[in-house]
Ligand binder design. Structure first.
Ligand SMILES: [Zn+2]
Ligand SMILES: [Zn+2]
Length: 366
């Protein structure tokens, strides 16, 4: 099969068509990947922000059709349409049993770049190829754990469903699951990429009435308005902390989301919220990012809350159907997130467009 492969950190993506796909092992499923989003985290593997072994088939946001079942798989059948989720949900481990399947312990082997047993189902020129997040949706096919799949109705277009797998579950989940937004709240969102735009539409669904989008690119701020931002601030041109405070009677935002992953914007987000407010950290930082906070003022005298958000605090078997219902009701924009449909040969160009801030999501059609 054909797939986009990252040969090594800091090198361009190579499209290879000699990849051999092994049969699914016990508990695994072979999926024909129909559509895959191109997410900033794919770029973060390329530039080393997220450290994964190479060579690797990137892609962790996809949807497709089940083609072959490994031994013992009963949760999906051949022909089912599925969303591939980049965090599995085994339903049996401690977090899964405590309604925190976004922390499923079966994800632990993902850092090794293979499947749960540490081996990969892909080879190229006789050498093993790693798979991002047990998936590798930049390939035409993927052999994945059955616990990384959520069955969806067949009338949902697969390029739309693909987006649920990362950006939508993460961003909308951050607003609906992680944060405690109350109707009428003032919300600030730092970073208006694929995840940030979904935070914005999630905040709107949660009832926030003042939604302030912050980014350095005007093109992204325009998109943010289409997804529900009521105010936009170009961070190159404004004193963000002062401007946000002014929009809520001088106090600051009730809730701020940091969807970039930089120490400087995390620090700003914490300064942007009012006393008693909440910051939700969604952006993926480099492993060496640290912040320094005044404990007495931040946590005691101002009683601020700083929450971490992994995978939108989502329980995928509940959240995927919930998000699809919001989409059917017209409250969640999914088609509008797709700036361009591309072939797998155009992944490098899609990365460049993402860095330039000119696209929300590029979606690969295999
Ligand atoms: Zn992603
Ligand atoms: Zn689990």
């Amino acid at each position: 099969m054909k797939a986009a492969v990252l040969p090594a950190v800091d090198t361009p993506i190579e499209v290879r068509d000699d990849i051999e796909v092994a049969a699914p092992g016990p508990g695994e499923v072979r999926v024909k990947v129909v559509a895959s989003g191109v997410c900033h985290s794919d770029l973060s593997v390329q530039d080393g922000t997220i450290r994964l072994p190479t060579p690797i088939v990137l892609g962790h946001e996809g949807a497709g059709i089940v083609e072959e079942l490994g031994e013992g798989v009963t949760t999906v059948a051949v022909g089912d349409h599925v969303v591939l989720t980049f965090v599995p949900a085994c339903g049996e481990c401690y977090p899964c049993l405590h309604h925190q399947s976004y922390l499923c312990e079966k994800a632990a082997q993902q850092v090794a770049g293979g499947l749960a047993d540490g081996t990969t189902r892909l080879t190229s020129g006789g050498a093993p190829l790693h798979q991002m997040a047990y998936l590798g949706t930049f390939g035409e096919q993927a052999v994945v754990p059955a616990i990384s799949l959520v069955k969806i109705p067949e009338d949902v277009p697969l390029e739309v469903a693909a987006l649920l797998g990362c950006g939508v579950l993460t961003g909308v989940g951050a607003a609906l699951n992680t944060a405690s937004i109350t109707p009428g709240d003032t919300v600030a969102v730092f970073g208006c990429g694929g995840v940030g735009l979904n935070v914005i539409q999630g905040a709107k669904i949660a009832g926030a009435t003042t939604i302030i989008a912050i980014d350095q690119f005007d093109a992204k701020l325009e998109l943010a308005q289409q997804f529900g931002a009521t105010h936009v601030l170009n961070s190159e041109q404004h004193d963000v902390v002062g401007a946000v405070a002014a929009l809520n009677g001088g106090r600051g935002a009730d809730v701020a989301f940091e969807a970039i992953g930089l120490g400087a914007t995390i620090d700003q987000a914490i300064k942007t919220i009012r006393a008693g407010g909440e910051v939700v950290l969604v952006g993926v930082p480099r492993m060496d990012v640290l912040i320094t906070l005044n404990v007495a003022f931040t946590w005691l005298y101002q009683a601020k809350t700083i929450k971490g958000c992994w995978y939108g605090s989502a329980n995928v078997h509940e959240d995927v159907p919930k998000l699809l219902q919001l989409w059917r009701d017209g409250d969640l924009k999914l088609e509008e997130l797709i700036s361009q449909e591309i072939t797998v040969d155009q992944v490098n160009e899609a990365f460049t467009a993402m860095q330039a801030g000119t696209v929300a999501r590029s979606v690969i059609r295999h």
